[in-house]
Write a protein that binds this ligand. Structure first.
Ligand code: XMP
Length: 508
């Protein structure tokens, strides 16, 4: 498969570059900024390199490391923002701090609409996020576009096929940003479009066979789309040497264990169901801190997995971790930690099994496509996302079986009321959250003093950002009426009207 490598200099949008490129059918992989030229040269599938943006200045002492030999590999190179400045700096140009930064939308005037800027016209609104500017170009480089504050907002070295743009083509606010990436990837690097879910699935199956070899593996199956895909994929790769372990934590959705049995027994899978409700409630007793909940759950999960693995003589633990889980757990070098996704940041340091995460570079919608490719039923492929720590992160405060019952019942009503509506297809997740407070109400002519439930319905394209759903009040009213009628312990329902950011989708 032809591939574009994106070297990560710490830019917030680095992963989006890969995402955009894969969207138009070409394989793209993010690698650390200090990846060696030798390594890139050895990989014959690499057809071009993109140097990402980043928060540093090229003159700073702790600027990310980079092997400058990469500039002599005779592979096309595109620098974006920091990458643009780095190329100019290393090839003999001059980068200086601009009089004022350029942040947000800026008008780009295109002087020479060839090569990287072909098919873009005379001007475009582009998204900028920088202070330093390229003040002097290296020899053999020409400026092909400018903005009010940057004379060199884009440059070209035709002979060496090295390009730079000061703005961010990967951000959706940049007009025709995709076209710039396409110009580079398809026209300049001549990449063939081969990133299809069929090929990706085949590639992952081959990779899995190589990694696992003749060993046995266990997979943590939760019934969500990610772990189901990981299970199906690894199952195809190593057959009966895979043992799928579903842990009933007592914190699962309504009817989940039966759903798992029904769906996966049919697939002739080596399925093991571990009932651990009591253990989970015991270790979570009195725990209130969200991070502590996540760590405790992660630890008990791995203890259970390890016990099964030992008995089965399996040495690998497979998880359905995807890209956004890793980013939000702060596991990539430059991302900040938002929460410890239990399957990533919640894992204990001394994990006694070898961890393998075949989906670690994919986004949710890519995983859904692979799910269909692997023949998983629609009930799974279109399933709403459910967090690894389960309902524990939807109960603010202490977790008890009684409180789990409330949030489970309320969540079921939210889903039921939305499922048959036209809004369902756009919804990423819809669920209920239980608050640790009480308020006064009036039910059946009597005073009530009970808990409120929050209804959260969000829409998202790629997990990193989300909007609350603007569904009609009539549906919200039906949800509210049903919850207060059917869930005895609740007398008030509120709707969460916060986007992500500043909030996250889950409350913990
Ligand atoms: P947040 O709350 O971070 O959630 O905006 C983004 C998406 O990730 C899901 N989520 C998790 N998934 N393990 C998972 O597998 C976890 O620990 C976890 N925490 C959150 C969340 O449900 C949402 O879809």
């Amino acid at each position: 498969m032809d591939k574009i490598v994106i070297l990560d200099f710490g830019g917030q949008y680095c992963h989006l570059i890969a995402r955009r490129i894969r969207d138009f059918g070409v394989c793209a992989e993010v690698m650390p900024s200090n990846t060696s030229a030798k390594l890139l040269l050895a990989d014959k599938s690499v057809k071009g390199i993109i140097l990402s943006g980043g928060a540093r200045s090229v003159y700073e002492k702790d600027a990310p490391k980079f092997d400058r030999e990469i500039l002599n590999l005779h592979l096309p190179i595109l620098g974006i923002c920091y990458g643009h400045q780095l190329i100019a700096h290393l090839m003999g140009g001059k980068v200086v701090s601009g009089k004022s930064g350029e942040y947000g939308l800026t008008k780009l005037n295109i002087k020479n609409g060839e090569e990287i800027l072909v098919r873009l016209g005379k001007s475009k609104n582009v998204w900028m996020n920088h202070r330093d500017i390229v003040a002097k170009l290296p020899k053999s480089f020409v400026s092909v576009a400018s903005t009010e504050h940057s004379k060199t907002a884009a440059f070209v070295n035709k002979k060496q096929k090295i390009f730079g743009v000061q703005f961010h083509p990967e951000v959706s606010h940049t007009e025709n940003g995709d076209q710039i990436l396409k110009n580079f990837v398809i026209d300049i690097c001549k990449c063939k479009k081969s990133w299809t879910s069929t090929l990706v699935a085949q590639d992952l199956i081959r990779e899995t066979q190589k990694v696992i070899g003749n060993e046995k593996a266990i997979v943590g199956l939760s019934g969500g789309v990610d772990s189901s895909v990981a299970t199906a994929l690894v199952g195809k790769a190593i057959g009966k040497k895979l043992i799928a372990v579903y842990v009933d934590t007592g914190l699962m959705r309504d009817g989940e264990t039966k759903f798992i049995e029904r769906t996966f027994r049919k697939k002739k899978l080596n399925l093991k169901i571990v009932r651990a409700e009591k253990q989970f409630f015991r270790v979570l007793k009195g725990v209130i801190s969200p991070e502590q909940k996540r760590k405790i759950i992660g630890k008990l999960f791995t203890d259970i997995f390890y016990k099964v693995a030992k008995k089965e003589r399996a040495i690998f633990l497979i998880q359905g971790t995807i890209y956004s889980d890793r980013i939000e757990s702060g596991l990539t070098k430059h991302s900040s930690k938002i929460k410890s996704h239990h399957n990533v940041g919640g894992l204990p340091k001394n994990l006694k099994m070898k961890l393998y995460e075949p989906l670690k570079d994919l986004y949710k919608d890519e995983v859904r496509k692979i799910a269909s490719e692997l023949g998983l039923p629609k009930e799974i492929t279109v399933r709403q996302v459910f967090p690894g720590p389960g309902l524990a992160v939807r109960i603010i405060g202490e977790i008890t079986p009684e409180r789990v019952k409330i949030v489970r019942q309320a969540g079921k009503i939210v889903e039921e009321e939305l499922r048959e509506t036209e809004f369902w297809k756009n919804i990423w997740m819809s669920f209920a959250i239980l608050l640790p407070i009480k308020s006064v109400g009036i039910q059946g002519d009597e005073r009530s003093y009970k808990c409120p439930v929050v209804v959260r319905i969000v829409e998202s394209r790629d997990v990193m950002t989300a909007n609350f759903s603007k569904i009609p009040f009539s549906i919200l009213e039906k949800i509210s009426t049903r919850i207060t009628n059917e869930v005895r312990e609740v007398n008030r329902v509120v709707y969460d009207i916060t986007n992500k950011p500043p909030a996250t989708m889950e409350w913990e």
